[in-house]
Ligand binder design. Structure first.
Ligand code: GLU
Length: 317
């Protein structure tokens, strides 16, 4: 088997929809086309939103589509745990290491502080942190600590992070200007996605990260953490997003494109045929199996721009 290792890392916060399985298929094809391993990691960091029932259902939906995995989920494997909710000690150790190599400081800002009218908005709709709490004196920080539990942020230098995306080509981001100091641990004690994903991809030996384009702007932060932790940098591919006819992103609330509705209307091969067509892997939505596609998969044919979901899939006339 080749040294390539891909992964699918869903958050079990609802039943999967067309957009989720589009990413899962691309991640699976990219790994399998290279003869690589495939890992299923359950990103259940947020106990309020994630439910074991959804984790169970997503395994069921992936299997129905014909997407298999070598490790992870209920199957387990040598890199367990595969559920982020069980990895607190690993994230804590990484946080410790980062704080020895970069400035990690407490941030007491409330949501309202962060979204103040003059806060600069970033391309992904979030705001760049002003660095307010980085300027607190130790005495001021101590006084605030008596009233509020802080989040922890890592300070970023003025540094341009560049990488080659298998789908989008050259990507670069100036960390200080376009991102700002970012959170590693939230004020409720939960670890941030950015930290968890870096720790887990590295310890699972992941060499290629395929995921939705909505996470493109997170990648430079993750590369920065990999460098601080001395971890290898995987290859990245950010897939185009599937959007509704009105241009809106698909959400787990969109019932007609949820796996429940899709499985009632399509066979696995019919649905895979549509996904392969949208991904530029075949000229028509003719039914096909995931296994047959792996033999001829190419990133060069995957479109870069968002893809509008055709009406045939939404069930709308
Ligand atoms: N858990 C994230 C999500 O479901 C994906 C994280 C990743 O692929 O890096 O949106």
């Amino acid at each position: 088997m080749s040294a390539v290792c891909g992964r699918f890392a869903p958050s079990p916060s609802g039943r999967m929809h067309l957009g989720n399985i589009f990413c899962a298929l691309l991640a699976w094809l990219s790994a399998r086309a290279a003869g690589g391993r495939f890992v299923l990691r359950i990103e259940d960091l947020d106990p309020q939103r994630c439910k074991p029932e959804y984790a169970r259902l997503l395994e069921e939906d992936l299997s129905w589509l014909g997407l298999d995995w070598d490790e992870g989920g209920q199957r387990g494997g040598i890199h367990a745990p595969y559920y982020q909710s069980a990895c607190g000690a690993l994230y804590e150790a990484a946080l410790q290491k980062i704080s020895e190599r970069a400035r990690v400081y407490p941030c007491f800002c409330s949501r309202a502080d962060l979204h103040a009218a003059n806060a600069p908005h970033l391309s992904d709709g979030t705001v760049r942190y002003s660095g307010r709490c980085a300027r607190l004196s130790p005495g001021e920080a101590e006084a605030l600590r008596q009233t509020r539990r802080p989040a922890l942020r890592v300070a970023v230098p003025q540094l341009e992070i560049a990488f080659h995306d298998l789908c989008r080509g050259a990507v670069k981001q100036d960390l200080a200007a376009e991102c700002g100091d970012f959170i590693l641990r939230r004020s409720d004690g939960g670890f941030a996605y950015q930290l968890a994903v870096v720790v887990d991809d590295a310890r699972m030996g992941v060499t290629q990260v395929v995921r939705g384009g909505d996470l493109l702007s997170s990648t430079p932060r993750q590369i920065y953490l990999q460098r601080l932790l001395g971890l290898p940098e995987p290859h990245y591919a950010h897939a185009p997003l599937l959007v509704a006819q009105n241009g809106a992103r698909l959400s787990k609330r969109e019932q007609s494109l949820g796996m429940d509705a899709l499985r009632a209307c399509f066979s696995p091969e019919e649905l895979t045929g549509w996904l392969a067509f949208l991904a530029g892997q075949q000229a028509s939505p003719a039914p096909v199996s995931a296994g047959a596609l792996a033999a001829r998969f190419s990133w060069a044919r995957v479109p870069r721009a968002d893809i509008v979901v055709p009406q045939e899939l939404t069930g709308q006339p």
